[in-house]
Design a protein around this ligand. Sequence first.
Ligand code: NAP
Length: 256
Amino acid sequence: MASRTKRILLLGGTTEARELGAILAERNDLSVTLSLAGRTRAPVAQPVPVRVGGFGGAEGLAAYLRTESIDVLIDATHPFAARISANAAVASESTGVPLISLRRPEWVSEDGDHWIDAGSVEEAVALLGATPRRVLAALGRQELGPLETAPQHFYLVRSVDPVEPPLDLAEVEYVLDRGPFDEAAEIALLQRHRISAILCKNSGGAASYPKIAAARALKLPVFMVRRPPSHGAAAGSVATAVQLLDHALGLANRGE
Ligand code: NAP
């Protein structure tokens, strides 16, 4: 007898989740739903059915896993999306639904890089110092508040959607853009705005790495916010996540 289609909930909002969704969409033994928080106004097209919006904490996520008879939960959210990942770990634990985490490896500094390590955006802004700098702030829209504590700097704020309301800063410009970025274009952007420092998170991945390579080429310091701690074992690539999924499904089959 053919076993029933396995139901997968894929927590996304990242390039990796979209790539994994595209691979899993080809499989007729799986039924995949991709979950987005709903932050981006015009999200890019996705290869599998999408649901949008929060679940209502770990308990809400656990209830969804039960109601929708989810067989495997895959957390492919951004490495800095700490709350949803913690909720996924708790919901997996309370329901017994296996959890696979897909985390792109973090960037590692190379010869010629000048990174200043910070534990948070607040700390990174403080580390910019008293002397005015011209800073490219490549952060999420929700993370920009601390810039207002250091108004002596000029900020070039890059985001996918407009920053509303605008920041309470005299010296600020906004640029709307979404990756993948290109090193030559990043160098041109940094030069055009006479940027002297970059403020960003250690997101990892290729799409937003060109600003790091551009900083190296121009010998600019990068104020790098380190990642929050991650939960459980993580796959570092889409291919490994597929292997872990097959493993989890194999275990699930044996338990039936
Ligand atoms: P977060 O702080 O970890 O999550 C806040 C709340 O948003 C969660 O408690 C959950 O609400 C809801 N949520 C987050 N991701 C969700 C998802 N994929 N599906 C359904 N609900 C979700 O997350 P965040 O840092 O605001 O990031 C939000 C989304 O943007 C994530 O999907 C992430 O992958 C993506 N993203 C984040 C970053 C970043 O730097 N943080 C960068 C690029 C993309 P409930 O508790 O109500 O369930």
